[in-house]
Design a protein around this ligand. Structure first.
Ligand code: FE2
Length: 336
């Protein structure tokens, strides 16, 4: 449709629309396809019509004080696409924010004009900004909490290491043993694809696995000869004693079973409960391999270290009976 016909058709409707437009509480104005404002309702004139009538003015002149359509002008897009556009109008003078809906007026399948209607969304925007500020403050707070938690966790691990090192250092035979076991166990767990929490628990269990030896006589731990059967029965109590010592610490609830079962054997001949196969928690099976390897590669008061190669051959030899074959396989990969 050519522009003249469109303008004429729009003009024919304006008079009949005027009382309807004036009845609307929201500001509304209508323009032709040449950006001329052809009419506006009372609410709009109250808002923008500083000098009374706005008819005949170009919309970009009135709304933006420009002499041509502004960049991102919704009218340009609506004329092109025929779809309704939503845009925000920010009034700098009084901080008011209006939502402008720009819709085509269509007749005989052609756009003959454009209607703009405004809704005041200042309060909504204020609430949105306040909500955004609250959200940011909340996120900052979460970050602070996370940081404090990480620091606390770090301190917790350091304290445990200090405690365990003090215990290990009592005897030249066990110096550094728990930290090495924790490190082997961690590497096996990573190799086997355990999740982050399981790895953390296993590290703690590695550090604390022999904590129950606090209750075992030093004379037994440092005895230069092989232990008698009765003496060995006393030493065998350390996993159970360790679990009992830590029982009251609820943060270690998932760590305690690993400590309690780190001397169980796959064939059920281990202690303290004689668990078999998968009855033994996987983390405890991992810890058993890590602990056994480190014990075999360290000197003991009653024997010198049989050596790394011997330790590896023992792990292989007893894989499937004493040790979990999958754990042994993962361990051999990491020490390779
Ligand atoms: Fe042990």
């Amino acid at each position: 449709m050519n522009k003249e016909i469109a303008c004429r058709m729009l003009g024919q409707h304006i008079n009949s629309w005027q009382s309807l437009l004036d009845a609307l509480p929201h500001p509304v104005f209508v323009q032709d396809t040449e950006y001329n404002i052809v009419t506006a309702n009372r609410a709009f004139i109250g808002l923008y019509g500083k000098n009374g009538d706005v008819r005949g003015m170009k919309c970009y002149q009135l709304l933006h004080g420009k002499d041509k359509p502004v960049k991102n002008c919704p009218t340009v897009r609506v004329l092109k696409t025929g779809n309704t556009e939503r845009s925000e109008v920010h009034e700098d003078s009084n901080g008011r924010v209006l939502l402008m809906m720009t819709s085509p007026i269509i007749e005989d399948n052609s756009i003959i004009g454009i209607v703009h209607s405004f809704t005041d969304i200042t309060e909504l925007k204020k609430r949105e900004r306040a909500l955004q500020r609250t959200r940011e403050a909340f996120l900052n707070m979460l970050e602070d909490i996370h940081e404090s938690y990480t620091e606390l966790e770090d301190l917790f691990i350091k304290l445990i290491k200090a405690l365990v090192n003090a215990l290990d250092a009592k005897s030249p035979w066990t110096r550094g043993h728990s930290e090495r076991v924790a490190s082997y166990a961690e590497q096996i767990a990573k190799e086997m694809g355990l999740d982050e929490d399981e790895i953390k628990n296993l590290q703690l269990a590695g550090l604390l696995h022999d904590i129950g030896k606090i209750g075992t006589y030093d004379s037994l731990l440092d005895k230069p000869e092989k232990l008698t059967a009765e003496e060995f029965e006393i030493v065998k109590k350390h996993p159970d004693q360790g679990a009992a010592i830590l029982q009251g610490i609820k943060q270690l609830a998932d760590v305690i079973p690993i400590i309690r079962h780190h001397h169980e054997r796959l064939d059920g001949k281990g202690y303290p409960d004689g668990l078999k196969g998968e009855e033994i928690p996987l983390s405890a099976r991992i810890l058993h391999v890590a602990d056994s390897f480190d014990s075999m590669t360290a000197d003991r008061p009653y024997r010198p270290s049989p050596g790394r190669e011997y330790a590896i051959s023992e792990l292989k030899k007893h894989s499937g009976r004493q040790f979990d074959p999958q754990v042994v396989e993962a361990f051999l990969k990491i020490i390779d």
